[in-house]
Design a protein around this ligand. Structure first.
Ligand SMILES: [Zn+2]
Length: 483
């Protein structure tokens, strides 16, 4: 009898660190979009006789990330050479960390959501280790020619390896999304998948439900979006289930496969690959790194609050789960919400302004949050509403124009002539005219039909093109009609 099968998934995540310079030299680490081979030097291109110098900023970034993932920082860590040949790897080896990694034994908690964005349940995945290494260059194939760009060579990477704790493609994606939020919140990586700043290798195997032993796995290499991570795992899971039925059991040995994005299927790259194939040995040019508890505690004390913690804070302010999620998914929205909330002490108003109005206008124009106004610009708009310069209604119009033009609230208020009329004499005149022009409504109001007042106020608002301060119109009109 065969038991139902259980899917076992583990991830290796590569994240490019947001440092100013590369891992072992002073070259610019922001090479994306720059002309090929312009951000390189003899060190990152592996010239003989050059020496690598570890980047302190990168080490601190990796420690910060490790601590946020609940890892223990080793008191001593080493760099090692991992040998393989590929034309984009000028050293002939990668400088990585093998048996003395920077950090180990962490844990990441994340939420599983339903389709409408509500939290279904919490899940946990243990982190095996986090280590530092440098990236390789990039090859571009054009017909029979291959071009090599070393700009990316030497870029500092963190490799985050999980235990095989994930049980479905959906869980793997939810884990990866939470990890990405943390990397961004820590300012450890921009984790821009389009630029290849966050990439995944996913290992998947099957076992009979209730059994403990791990079977040989299929490792899917180089997935560079959440979508391909999910699709590749779903595809490989189906394939392994079919193979299990056919062969009455698991894979005979580990395999490495690639994901073909266009064809939406995997392809076998290598059978059996073991660590000894890389002939790891200690990097002789970089001495071991030692960390004191004092250094680690100091870095720990300065960690920002993490996304799930912030999500809870937003929910406790009265936001729903989806709104809180929207905020933590985009740190720029968080900054704006926090600024508006601090000024107004009104979470509902801040959520409506940032998530409903601002995001709504940006989405209609197919723009990203980064194309829209910043927190300072929003605060200026609020100031203009709160000091009575414009009405809340006009505020919406101004915000829409801010997203379209990038101009400030005060400039747009003048350009559009939206300044609210609060001058008593002007409003008084308008009210007198309204009384003369609307005898029926005035009569009805005096006979006790209180709602007739609305029609008269409406007339004033129309005459003033919406610029009269409605509260003042109301007050003055009531006073006049009582006489
Ligand atoms: Zn360099």
């Amino acid at each position: 009898m065969t038991l139902p099968l259980e899917t076992i998934i583990g991830l290796e995540v590569h994240a490019q660190m947001s440092t100013r310079t590369k891992m072992f030299c002073g070259c610019d680490n922001d090479a994306f979009g720059k002309a090929a081979n312009t951000t390189i030097c003899p060190i990152c291109t592996g010239h003989p006789g050059t020496l690598p110098t570890p980047n302190e900023e990168a080490i601190r970034t990796a420690i910060r990330t490790s601590l946020a993932l609940g890892c223990t920082i080793r008191k001593e860590c080493h760099f090692d050479r991992k040998h393989y040949f590929y034309p984009d790897l000028p050293y002939g080896f990668q400088i990585s960390q093998y048996d003395f990694p920077l950090a180990e034994h962490g844990e990441l908690k994340f939420d599983i959501h339903n389709h409408s964005g509500n939290i279904l349940h919490e899940s946990t995945c243990r982190i095996t280790r986090l280590h530092m290494e440098n990236d390789a260059g990039k090859l571009t194939h054009r017909g029979s020619t291959t071009l090599c760009d070393y700009n990316r060579a030497g870029t500092p990477l963190m490799e985050i390896v999980t235990e095989p704790d994930l049980r479905s493609a959906q869980e793997a994606v939810a884990f990866a999304q939470e990890l990405r939020r943390i990397l961004i919140a820590l300012d450890a990586s921009q984790a821009d998948m389009f630029k290849g700043m966050m990439r995944f290798d996913a290992s998947i195997s099957l076992r009979e439900n209730g059994t403990e032993k791990l079977n040989p796995r299929s490792e899917i290499k180089n997935l560079n979006s959440f979508k391909s991570l999910e699709k590749a795992l779903q595809y490989e899971e189906k394939r392994l289930v079919a193979l299990w039925k056919e062969c009455k059991g698991p894979l005979p040995h580990n395999i490495t496969v690639g994901w073909l994005d266009d064809e939406e299927k995997t392809k076998i790259l290598r059978e059996k690959e073991e660590a000894q194939d890389y002939r790891y040995f200690p990097e002789p040019d970089i001495p071991p790194l030692y960390f004191s508890q004092k250094d680690i505690d100091e870095i720990k004390s300065r960690l920002p609050s993490l996304p799930r913690e912030r999500q809870q804070q937003y929910i406790s302010l009265g936001l729903n789960e989806k709104q809180a999620q929207q905020l933590i998914d985009q740190p720029k929205l968080c900054v704006m919400f926090d600024a508006v909330y601090k000024k107004t002490n009104d979470a509902k108003r801040a959520a409506s302004l940032v998530l409903t109005q601002l995001l709504g206008f940006l989405n209609t124009q197919e723009k990203s949050v980064h194309d829209g106004p910043d927190a300072t610009a929003l605060l200026e708009l609020i100031e203009q509403i709160d000091n009575g310069t414009i009405s809340a209604h006009a505020g919406k119009e101004v915000l829409e124009a801010m997203t379209q033009t990038g101009k400030s609230a005060s400039v747009l208020i003048e350009e559009k002539g939206l300044r609210q009329i609060s001058d008593d004499r002007i409003i008084d005149d308008l009210v007198q005219k309204a009384i003369q022009e609307n005898p029926k409504a005035v009569g009805a109001y005096k006979n006790g039909k209180k709602q007739a007042l609305g029609a008269i106020v409406g007339w004033v608002m129309k005459k003033s093109k919406g610029q009269a301060n409605p509260e003042k119109v109301n007050a003055i009109l009531k006073k006049e009609l009582q006489q």
